[in-house]
Design a binder for this molecule. Structure first.
Ligand code: THU
Length: 159
């Protein structure tokens, strides 16, 4: 058998560089724009772009549950990874909920697939900062670490 391993860091947010703390702050603020009447799980996502701007998104639920959308995908639909100025350097994801859970946010599988599509399209890694309500952060330098054996456009081509 072979093993898969990847580097990650778990840290308190206050130890991170100022521009990353700003990104996390933007994701935290975006939780206020979540529409989550069913789960009460309010997610905020923020992306730092190559032009220095920060874009945000939040989850929006629906009475027809599958029609809801995660914060990450809401955010990413407003960014074109083929435009150099809009390339994503880093993303932060934060949440608040009605539980006492303090596990850092773990993006769902569909969002990981979507983040990876963006990373492959822009041909540069997206650093991921996954945050807990009490200020803990898990950090990976490359979104591909979060989705081993991922499906991509390569699978659609002849060898
Ligand atoms: N959610 C996100 O917005 N992002 C994730 O990565 C995980 C889950 C949302 C979807 C739903 O509105 C709520 O959190 C509970 O699953």
């Amino acid at each position: 058998m072979e093993n898969f391993s990847f580097p990650f860091q778990q840290t308190s947010g206050i130890t991170l560089p100022a521009h990353i703390q700003q990104l996390i702050e933007a994701a935290n603020k975006a939780t206020h724009f979540a529409y989550a009447p069913y789960s009460q799980f309010r997610v905020g996502a923020a992306a730092l772009l190559a032009d220095g701007s920060i874009k945000t998104g939040s989850n929006h639920e629906n009475a027809s549950y599958p029609a809801g959308i995660c914060a990450e995908r809401g955010l990413l639909s407003g960014i074109n990874p083929l435009d150099k100025q809009q390339q994503i350097l880093a993303m932060a994801v934060c949440y608040t909920s009605n539980t006492d859970n303090t596990t850092p946010l773990s993006p769902c599988g569909i969002c990981r697939q979507t983040i990876l599509e963006m990373q492959l399209a822009q041909d540069a890694p997206i650093a991921m900062y996954m945050c807990s309500p009490d200020g803990q952060v898990i950090y990976v330098e490359d979104a591909a670490h979060l989705l081993p054996f991922y499906f991509s456009s390569k699978n659609l081509k002849n060898k």
